[in-house]
Write a protein that binds this ligand. Structure first.
Ligand code: FES
Ligand SMILES: [Fe+2]
Length: 456
């Protein structure tokens, strides 16, 4: 018999009505013309469809392996708006368990993190192993003599896997494996996280805060929007933290990856010899070992390219850049994973994980963490600029006047609008461009969004 846990992910996704299907096909046609309806940034019906379809079908990031290194370690996480326990069980396997008792649905775990061999539901006291299996109940011999324990474990994600330390889960048992889902993103995850065999770790708990905007504004920004930096983040030049904010834009280019994923890449922007591979200083590059990389990955690294940001569809992004914490001080390179967690159509929770190298000097890791907090965190100087401007999405989305016929402009890079074009000589996988004065990555992200929503 199939256990309750194993049933997770089967069943329907809810059907889209005809008007929604018509709207999504209009979205796809609009994107080819370089426009997009603002309805996508606040509509409750679309939001429900995203939870029903995007977050139940796609591989979604749920944490970093360094957050649960030992058997029994757990943290609470979300897929869409559902809460799960990400836990390493007694066998060392990573499990993603729905945090709701199968008796009356009470959350069985109320601590954000910890270590435990079992979860005991506070309502009637049912007990589950940290692998999710049903393990007992008070007065079992009197109350549940014939209960089939194999059927009443916590519900589990159908698939859990990791790549380069990043743990993803998928609620669809029929979805392709993680590596296939990531596709050519793996090549770039290798050059980001595979530089040292001890890898990176989360520098403490993720920062979390609520932003009054739609989650897709963050995902779309990090998949390709290098253009906003010269305007939204202009004040960083004004206060002396970034010497040439326009220069920080012009060197960027895009890489579009099949599946709605995309990156912003760039030639390394910090000077040699103080900085080397991926803009790290010598005390960090000295721990790097390129011997396991393929020739094209080595060329990428030795030619001093770097990755500034990415989005893995649907809602995981990365920022990797450098900044000073004090004007006039040398910039320090930092890396953060960030996730755009939906909380209704007009609000999202931003989760941010600064990462540090396990083998790097502690002084560098400390400086890198501080630089990341200065730039990207609840008090980050970049962050506040972004989260303020994204507020506009729900405002026009709910406006009857705007929704009558307003379209947002996604034309940059289309039909001679700029010199933005493909670079067939790019050394890595994916479709690279010669600049970031275009919006191909963003249009593809939205195309993917509309396709997954519309698929059965
Ligand atoms: S709701 Fe969990 S034991 Fe009853
Ligand atoms: Fe930004």
């Amino acid at each position: 018999m199939v256990s309750a846990g194993q049933q997770a992910g089967t069943g329907g996704y809810g059907s889209l009505n005809g008007s929604m299907q018509t709207f999504l096909s209009e979205v796809r046609k609009d994107l080819e013309q370089g426009v997009l309806s603002p309805r996508v940034l606040n509509d409750p019906e679309l939001h429900r469809a995203e939870l029903d379809r995007i977050f139940t079908k796609c591989w979604v990031f749920v944490g970093h392996v360094s957050e649960i290194p030992h058997p029994g370690d757990y943290v609470l996480r979300y897929i869409g708006e559902d809460q799960f326990i990400l836990v390493r069980d007694e066998q060392g396997e990573i499990q993603l368990l729905m945090n709701n008792c199968v008796h009356r649905a009470s959350p069985v775990c109320r601590a954000e993190k910890g270590n435990t061999s079992h979860f005991r539901c506070p309502y009637h006291g049912w007990i589950y192993k940290n692998s999710g299996e049903w393990n007992g109940a008070p007065f079992r011999a009197k109350a549940y003599r014939k209960l089939d324990a194999s059927r009443w474990g916590l519900r589990k994600a159908s698939q859990v896997d990791s790549y380069q330390g990043l743990i993803f889960a998928c609620l669809d048992p029929d979805a392709v494996p993680l590596r296939e889902y990531l596709g050519d993103m793996c090549w770039y995850l290798d050059v980001l996280f595979g530089l040292n065999e001890q890898g990176m770790r989360a520098a403490g708990d993720p920062h979390r805060w609520v932003v009054p905007a739609n989650w897709k504004s963050g995902a779309e920004n990090f998949v390709g929007d290098a253009y906003h930096v010269q305007s939204a983040h202009r004040s960083l030049e004004d206060i002396g933290l970034i010497p040439d904010i326009s220069g920080a834009v012009t060197g960027n280019f895009h890489i579009a990856i099949e599946g709605g994923h995309g990156l912003i890449a760039s030639p390394a922007f910090l000077p040699e010899p103080q900085y080397g591979i991926m803009d790290y200083p010598p005390e960090v590059t000295s721990i790097f070992d390129l011997s396991g990389f393929g020739p094209d990955q080595r060329e990428f690294l030795e030619s001093r390219y770097t990755i500034v940001g990415f989005t893995i569809f649907p809602n995981l992004s990365l920022i990797k850049t450098a900044s000073s914490t004090v004007p006039g001080q040398p910039p320090v390179t930092f890396t953060c994973l960030r996730q755009w967690q939906p909380r209704g159509p007009e609000e999202f929770e931003l989760w941010n994980w600064p990462l540090v190298w396990n083998a790097a000097p502690p002084e560098f890791n400390e400086a890198s963490y501080e630089a990341s907090v200065m730039g990207f965190s609840p008090s980050g100087v970049f962050e506040q600029d972004d989260t303020v401007v994204w507020r506009g999405g729900p405002m026009v989305g709910r406006s009857p006047f705007a929704r009558r016929d307003m379209k947002l402009n996604f034309e940059m890079g289309l039909d001679g609008m700029s010199d933005y074009k493909s670079n067939p000589d790019w050394i890595g996988p994916g479709e690279a461009t010669n600049s970031s004065f275009g919006e191909r990555n963003q249009r593809r992200w939205w195309q993917r969004w509309s396709e997954v929503l519309a698929s059965s």
